[in-house]
Design a protein around this ligand. Structure first.
Ligand code: RRO
Length: 291
């Protein structure tokens, strides 16, 4: 069931949501079996920032009946650490590599895009303008003009496909989508997590170290479906749909709403092979149904 996406040939339409599958840890756990049965048609790495970050103070997770709230806060090795320690291994995965980047200013994002533009190991870049767990991450992606200014700034720096990852926490998501498209984005991905909060039942204080966090999992599936549908009406470029995908039927729903690819996120924490299962269920459904 191979599909073309921004000029990249993929074996099937299911990839991972950034930050929800650690391929390096999975290789430690499963060894080379990971290469033989890699669950996704492309691998999207966790967000890379210019500088190394420790992330938010714990606790970082709260479990919901239908998902999770995370307040991870982008811990990562920074650009230099990623290039030195992670890129070499990720390039050996049997699927194309998409690197997700985030900056605290347009200039930081520009430096990241410039650095990855010259790396042949990288097939595409995803601009994270939608992290709910740092103040400035959200500012760019919540506003159409800010999003356009960012994409305008980085578009000339690379010929690689640029995917802009949208936040659901914006007043007018289709307006942000149109702004990204007009400024030269090749594709859009949505949704990132929905802002949420949990209180410590004993003290009544915020549970998460970052006070608020991002809700993901089945709880946000209907939000994702509505937003993918709305954005698909607003743009011509392909969409990577995600939000609470647990089954092939969930993936098919997002494709029927207008997604070209579907990403599995929170479900991979429960079952690291979820991507493969969703892909085979989806392929079977597509063989028997109209999108
Ligand atoms: O690291 C995080 O806290 C995080 C990120 Br970068 C993101 O894009 N979405 C999310 O729910 N958490």
């Amino acid at each position: 069931m191979s599909v073309g996406f921004c000029g990249i040939e993929l074996a099937h339409p299911v990839i991972n949501g950034s930050g929800t599958f650690d391929a390096i840890a999975a290789h430690r756990a499963f060894g080379d079996e990971l290469f033989e049965r890699f669950p996704f048609a492309a691998f999207v790495s966790k967000t890379v920032t210019l500088q190394e970050r420790q992330g938010n103070p714990p606790p970082r997770l709260w479990e919901l009946p239908g998902g999770l709230i995370n307040s991870i806060g982008l811990p990562n090795k920074g650009l230099d650490g990623y290039l030195e320690h992670d890129l070499g291994f990720l390039a050996t995965l049997p699927v194309p590599l998409i690197v997700n980047v985030m900056g605290f200013s347009r200039e930081e994002v520009a430096q990241l895009v410039e650095a990855f533009a010259e790396r042949p190991e990288v097939s595409a870049l995803e601009l994270n303008v939608s992290c709910p767990n740092v103040e400035t991450g959200l500012v760019m992606g919540a506003d159409p003009d800010e999003t356009a200014r960012l994409v305008d700034r980085v578009r000339p720096l690379t010929d690689k496909p640029l995917i802009v990852k949208l936040t659901p926490n914006a007043t007018d998501v289709p307006a942000v989508a149109r702004a990204a498209e007009h400024a030269g984005a090749d594709a859009l991905s949505l949704i990132n997590t929905v802002k949420g909060m949990a209180l410590d039942p004993k003290t009544g204080a915020p549970w998460l170290g970052g006070t608020t966090g991002g809700v993901s999992g089945a709880a946000v599936r209907a939000v994702a479906l509505a937003q993918v549908h709305a954005v698909a009406q607003a743009v011509e470029i392909p969409i990577v749909g995600m939000g609470g995908v647990q089954t092939g039927q969930d993936a098919l729903d997002l494709m029927r709403a207008g997604a070209a690819l579907v990403a599995v996120g929170t479900e991979s924490f429960r079952d690291p092979a979820a991507g493969s299962r969703v892909a085979s269920e989806l392929v079977e459904l597509l063989a028997n149904t109209a999108v």
